[in-house]
Write a protein that binds this ligand. Structure first.
Ligand code: BTN
Length: 292
């Protein structure tokens, strides 16, 4: 008899049971003050189309300022965007974007999406040490628990001159499982509430957002100086697919298959195939366990 799939922990709360929650902007400010994201401006809106689209538009008009990172959080997105053209509703989670000024040429963005995923995973561990070991990273930038998607990241960019760009980093982080979103994405989802010893829907979204922003600001400083290379060991320690058989997919088509052999210092996936080791650059590909 084949192994039965793992049963989600009994604590998992479904979206319908998530109490109404709001970001406590005063508490958020206190969490940022004195930390690496202290100068970041945060705005919270009830509803928008897409926080990424909003900040992309704002960045096209904004004067360049090395330190002027801007954060936009929305409780509801009516046209939230995921990778590969998929929608992202995210009603049962934190949905926000950061417009991050980076004095870098586009070629130096390699590995940024991995660095962002790592920062989110580390932030969850900052909030609750019990989260740490359970949160895995799936190349290039999904967070997952037991193979279920916990968070997705969409990075877009706006050029702002030679060696300057705005990276618009959109993050959808599930607080609880959302059956409607599972159906829309065709994937099993996880929620932060499952990983925390005592998830508090009134307090924890603000704590998590503050921790993520501080981690992102810390990551930014490292990335600007040295790129992804110094972050690669920490990313690898959370690599959910290391040494696993995987397929790379695009639009449902299998592009390559082999054994995932981790990432290099630029954040490229190392795939051991029948034709030898291939370096897969970040892009429109998805990774699935070969048995999936
Ligand atoms: C994925 O497909 O895995 C990436 C999902 C990214 C969703 C976030 S939610 C906040 C931000 N605004 C968007 O429209 N998309 C991103």
């Amino acid at each position: 008899m084949p192994d039965l799939p793992e049963i989600p922990p009994a604590r998992a709360i479904d979206a319908a049971a998530l109490p109404a929650w709001r970001i406590d902007t005063g508490a958020l400010r206190r969490a940022l003050d004195g930390g690496p994201a202290h100068a970041w401006q945060v705005e919270v809106v009830e509803e928008t189309g897409s926080t990424n689209a909003d900040l992309m538009q704002a960045c096209r008009q904004a004067p360049w300022d090395d330190e002027a990172a801007r954060v936009r959080v929305a409780y509801r997105q009516t046209a939230g965007r995921g990778r590969q053209g998929r929608p992202w509703q995210g009603q049962a989670g934190l949905t926000f974007s950061v417009a991050m000024p980076l004095a870098l040429a586009p070629a130096r963005l390699s590995g940024l999406s991995l660095a962002v995923g790592l920062a989110v995973a580390q932030a969850l561990e900052d909030c609750d040490a019990a989260c740490g070991p359970r949160v895995g990273l799936k190349w290039p930038n999904d967070l997952q628990i037991d193979g279920r998607k916990l968070a997705g990241i969409l990075i877009e960019s706006v050029p702002a001159g030679p060696q300057r760009l705005w990276a618009v980093i959109g993050i959808g982080l599930n607080l609880v499982r959302d059956a409607r979103m599972e159906a829309a994405l065709g994937r099993d989802l996880a929620g932060v509430a499952e990983t925390m010893a005592a998830f508090d829907a009134q307090r924890d979204p603000t704590r998590i957002l503050g921790a993520v922003l501080n981690r992102l600001a810390g990551m930014r400083a490292v990335f600007l100086e040295q790129g992804f290379a110094p972050l690669a060991p920490a990313w690898s320690s959370r690599d959910a697919f290391r040494n696993e058989p995987v397929r790379l997919l695009h639009d449902g088509q299998v592009l390559a298959e082999g054994l995932a052999r981790g990432v290099d210092s630029d954040g490229h996936l190392l795939l051991e195939t029948a034709d030898g080791l291939q370096r897969i650059t970040s892009g429109e590909v998805s990774l699935r366990g070969a048995g999936a």
